[in-house]
Design a protein around this ligand. Structure first.
Ligand code: GLU
Length: 528
């Protein structure tokens, strides 16, 4: 019997051979790192720090070579490297996935409609042409394209995180005694509250101010801002976020509507007791003025996709129940007045902001940070929304795509082998349950009715054993092999006899006979 160590060594050997195409018995560290990068594991990944600081990588990258023994050691010690090189991460073929993303990016970039927000000069002055996409999977595979290193302010995309902070501290019941969870059906800064006199939800301005009033109330406003800042840093995998003071000052200067909303809420006793209104509003403007780039923000979106644990640092930032609540509200209320349409068409939680920011979450798969400053009339980034539409047209990411089995969309989560294996299993299962419709559907998808599972059991074996007469008739009409042997040497005919399915036995006998006589005729015609 082969031990797991032997199996591991065998796997390491084949991976090494794959990288050592010229059979030099060594590879450069460049080759090694490029291969990891193709699979989405980048050099600034905190999980790679230790390895890159080790002796092997201290020498200049293009001169240092790695021998097979060193390579085997690296794989033994670093599960991430091994999983990545053997394509066992959540998007196994990351390289081809990224080609699609590039393609969608360039298509979307052609769209020059919409205009930048102009209610404050700092947003009005932003170069409208800029466009960036960054992806981070729940396994920490990353890819960026466009202006992914340009800072922009979070604006409303800070709202989900402030809501999470309030939930973590006070729990669902307390938080929702101050803010509802229904879409408002009105604009994000509408002077309107729900029937209880509370903001409709935490994703619009009134609700976001409420979240701010709830976070860390016992501390000074400076400490409260530090807490938000620290959380963003942790979400961005320890990359510092910055603060745009001029955005903050402008926000404060043009805040009549937000003040009106806050006074309206105070009149309705919506805030917790002793809330300092001015301080709360300023805190909210400060949160909107935090800046970062898509390159780092993708990790924040991925943390939400990964139930609150940052995939790059492994830090648990939010409880999974907190994230579940947050994503539910992002899905129903995250895209201003377009939220219903977005949930219908895209089917994924997202949050946009007037800076052109958009955070998209594909639960258990990846987070995507998008930025393009031109907005539609509703306030969402035009290219951001278009990118999302194109993404779910191509990939089965809409949360209900799993219901439409006939989908021609790509599922990048699965390995090709797994896809094939699952179709084989589906066909065999359908044969044993007499589900002819499903068999016809799978055949239409190109699955051969002659396939066999790991034990050599074919659809004909299963249909025969279970007495599924109609399926057996169908398989015979498809000219499948009538006498395949499973791993125990049994043919369908033997199964028919064993399980006493007389009618099927007769049918098989006739089919085999007619098949043999056809063969005889062919042989005769060849011999003549
Ligand atoms: N600072 C903006 C406001 O409160 C946020 C707007 C937004 O991104 O939705 O008006």
């Amino acid at each position: 019997m082969i031990s797991t160590t032997q199996l591991d060594e065998h796997a390491s050997d084949s991976l090494f051979k794959m990288l050592d195409a010229e059979n030099k018995k060594s590879i450069t560290s460049n080759t090694f790192l490029n291969q990891l990068a193709e699979n989405g594991i980048l050099e600034d990944d905190p999980r790679m720090r230790e390895l890159l600081h080790s002796f092997t990588f201290k020498v200049p990258k293009d001169t240092k070579t790695i021998t097979q023994a060193e390579f085997n050691d690296i794989l033994k010690q670093n599960a991430l490297v091994k999983k990545s090189l053997s394509k066992n991460l959540v998007i196994p073929d990351f390289e081809s996935f990224c080609k699609h993303i590039e393609d969608i990016f360039f298509e979307t970039r052609k769209n020059k409609t919409g205009k930048v927000a102009d209610y404050i000069p700092q947003l009005a002055r932003v170069n409208p042409e800029q466009f960036a996409i960054s992806i981070c999977t729940v396994d920490g595979q990353r890819f960026s394209i466009g202006d992914s290193n340009v800072d922009f302010c979070l604006q409303s995309s800070c709202k989900p995180i402030n809501y999470c902070l309030a939930l973590e501290e006070l729990g669902e019941q307390k938080v929702h005694s101050h803010v509802g969870r229904e879409p408002s059906g009105q604009s994000f800064n509408e002077l309107a509250l729900n029937l209880k006199g509370l903001p409709h939800n935490p994703m619009i301005n009134a609700g976001a101010m409420m979240s701010c009033s709830l976070i860390d109330r016992k501390n000074s406003i400076a400490d409260r801002f530090d807490k938000v800042n620290r959380t963003w840093k942790a979400l961005c995998a320890e990359k510092a976020v910055s603060f745009n003071n001029s955005v903050y000052l402008s926000e404060r200067q043009t805040a009549d509507r937000n003040f009106a909303l806050a006074y309206f809420m105070r009149e309705k006793n919506a805030f917790p007791e002793k809330t300092n209104l001015t301080e709360t509003l300023e805190f909210y403007f400060q949160c909107c003025s935090i800046e970062s780039k898509t390159y780092d923000l993708a990790a924040a979106a991925a943390t939400l996709a990964n139930a609150g644990t940052n995939p790059l640092t492994g830090e648990v930032i939010f409880k999974s129940s907190t994230v579940q609540n947050c994503l539910s509200l992002m899905l129903s209320c995250g895209m201003y007045d377009f939220s219903g349409e977005f949930a219908f068409k895209i089917g994924l939680p997202a949050k946009s902001g007037v800076s052109g920011a958009l955070m998209l979450v594909i639960p258990n798969v990846m987070g995507i940070s998008i930025w393009s400053p031109r907005l539609d009339e509703i306030g969402n980034s035009v290219r951001g929304v278009e990118f999302c539409k194109r993404l779910v047209e191509r990939f089965s990411f809409h949360q209900y795509d799993s219901l439409t089995g006939h989908s021609t969309k790509i599922n990048p989560r699965k390995k090709e082998k797994e896809v094939k294996a699952s179709k084989v299993m589906e066909l065999i299962w359908s044969a044993s349950h007499g589900d002819l419709d499903e068999i016809l559907r799978l055949e239409a998808e190109g699955v051969s009715p002659d396939i066999a599972d790991y034990d050599g059991r074919t659809p004909l074996h299963l249909a025969t054993s279970e007495g599924q007469l109609e399926v057996v008739k169908h398989l015979i009409s498809k000219n499948v092999n009538l006498s395949p042997k499973d791993r125990w040497g049994n043919t369908p005919m033997e199964d028919a006899i064993k399980f006493k399915h007389k009618e099927i036995q007769k049918l098989l006998e006739q089919a085999i006979k007619s098949c043999n006589s056809k063969k005889d005729k062919v042989i005769e015609s060849i011999l003549i």
